[in-house]
Each structure stands twice: as structure tokens, then as C-alpha cells.
Design a protein around this ligand. Sequence first.
Ligand code: DP6
Length: 345
Amino acid sequence: KVYRASTTAPVNIAVVKYWGKRDPKLNLPTNSSISVTLSQADLRTLTTASCSASFDGDSLTLNGQASDISGARTQACFRELRARRAALEAADSSLPKLSTLPLKIVSENNFPTAAGLASSAAGFAALVRAIANLYELTDSPSELSLIARQGSGSACRSLFGGYVAWRMGDKADGTDSKADLISEASHWPNMRALILVVNAAKKDVPSTSGMQQTVATSGLFQQRISQVVPANMILMEEAIRKKDFPQFAEVTMRESNSFHACAADTYPPIFYMNDASRAAIRAVEAINAQAGKTIAAYTYDAGPNCVIYFLEEDEATVVGAFHRFLSGVSGWKASAAEAKSSVEL
Ligand code: DP6
């Protein structure tokens, strides 16, 4: 007999950035963060989890390729989920003993893996949710986020749609370092995102090691976690609650800049943005100057690709400007395909 459950998880793009671990083993962050979840119609991971006595050990297939499951992060997720299932089985002897069966996980992204488009976030969130469904766990998304966090920090924010906060917590065991919902997507239904892909190749410095180097060597980073982020968390939550786009946009852009400044202040320095990325920043500034108000915001993660936030009513202006911009700047892949990945949030 094979037991099976499937699920999807969305990509999230941080507007207050997670960058830095205070405990690399438990994946506990040096600061809280906030993200916006992108529409699953455009960007998502689809994962099927099955278990059976007939399987030959645990396995994980990612986009059609066998993937290593021996890593500490995947093992931590498997272990935590099995422990929760085992607790249910111990309480109710009529339940099938799934916790001891080998697991087979098959996962597929509909976007480039490891291109700085937060694939690990959707990936681990889908893995945790799929196994939780298979095991019929009753844990809330916030409780599951504790497990997903151990797979990849940003993954804890992909257990929800809409606007999500990852509260850093202060306990040493990490039991209070989890995600919660700020607002459903429907709270701000006209929010849109445009993904600009300049380079879909694998990024140079993986975020895991990049952030450790920043924590160890950047002086600027200390100011970021003690002052910049705490203030931005308050401003961003307020902007989302009030649906204040100019405030949302300014904090988003300042956060991106602050994170990349800390990357550059790492020794040796880390550069995720390239000339094309910087040209897109200038394009956003030009769009906002032309409009006489802030109608577009850029943000960059650990790679050169760009996410632009804007409101539906400004779609023609913003997307139109980027069509012209993309055709004029070498580096960005030809426009139409990317510009159409304007996604509903
Ligand atoms: C720049 O979640 O990929 O995207 O916890 O080591 O897996 P690990 O790191 P990861 O880092 C994401 C960093 C970021 C900012 C963010 O998503 O908040």
C-alpha cells in the first residue's frame, strides 16, 4: 500500500530582509522579516509526498532529478514531522504506522531553481506541508513554519499567502521563531509584482554562506540588526495595514539597499546585483520621478534578478516603462516573456 498527499507552496519575496543567523544549526535569524507571497498561478512548488513499506529508503526528486536527502536541513524536517506523526500514532492505536515508513518526495518548480527567486522557500514549505498532509497532522501553519524554518529560513514565510512576518523570537531553542500572517492577500488586492529575469543561472554565493560571512565580518550589519530592521518592521507593518503604497515602497527599496550594502560591507565583499540590476533601479527612479509620486518599488535578493511591486492601477505605466527599458538595456533577457510574468498577488 502507498499513502500519498500533494500540495503546492508559493514563492515569497521579502520586503524586510532576513540576512543573518544567530544559530545556524536551528536556523534562527538575527532579525525579523516580512514578505509578500506571490500568486501560485505564476510561481510555486508542487510537491507529492508518499510513504510505503515497499519503498527502498527515503528519497527526494527535485525537478526530475534525484536529490540528496542526507543534508541536515532535510533530515531535520523529516525528523520533526515523523515525531509529530509518531505522537498521533501513540495516542490512537487505530492509525496506520506511517511514521516508520520510507518517504518518497517528488517536487517540481515552475520557475528557475536557485536563481535568486526564493526557490528554497517554496520548496521546503511545500515539502513540510505535503508530509504534514500525508501524516494528517493538525498543526497550524504557524506551527508548521517552525519546521519549514529548519529547512530554509525564508521557507517559514511560504506557509501562508498574503503578507507574512517571521518573528525572530528570543528563545534559544527556537520555539518562538515562527511566521504569522499580517494580512491576507485580499486585504490589498490591487498589489502586483513584476519579475525581471536578468540571469537564471545559479547564484554565486549561496545565501546560507553569504549571510554567515556578513555576520562575521560586516560592521554595518550590526547597525542594521539593532536599528534599521526594528524600525523598518514597524513601518512596513503599518504600511501594509494602512495600504499606504508610498510607505510600503520606500521601506521595500531601503531594505533592499540596506541588505546589499551589508553584502558589499562583507569582507571579502559580496555583490549580488550587477550593472543590469542597477540600471533597473534607475528605471524605477525615473518611473517614480515621471509620475510625480512613488508608484513602483524594486527589491533584490541574493542574485541580480529584480522584483518590482506596483498597484494594478499603475500597471500600464509601470509595465510599459519596463518594456521600453528592457529593450534598451543589454543584459536583461528580451522583454516580452519576463514582462508578462506580472503576477497577481
Ligand atoms: C536574501 O532562506 O535562502 O532571500 O535559511 O540559509 O536557507 P537559509 O537562507 P534563505 O535566505 C533568504 C535570504 C533573502 C532574504 C529573505 O528572503 O528574507
